[in-house]
Write a protein of this length. Sequence first.
Length: 76
Amino acid sequence: MFVLFCGAAFLVIDRIVLKTGQEQGNQKIAAVQSYFLQVNGDNKHELTPPDWSAYGLMAVGSLTILYTVKPRNKQG
């Protein structure tokens, strides 16, 4: 359900600014993280989810929920 709710939240959220207890400076972001994370003008990491991520997360969450509540076949 958490993945489903995260997907629903991404429908209304444009960006998320991550706050840390340390000064970020000009740290290099890993290649995988750079697709979603950027460093904004205040040297804080900013998460900007792509438009498709909301629908993808909701689909995965919904299918997982449906799979867990489906009736099991009794054999034998």
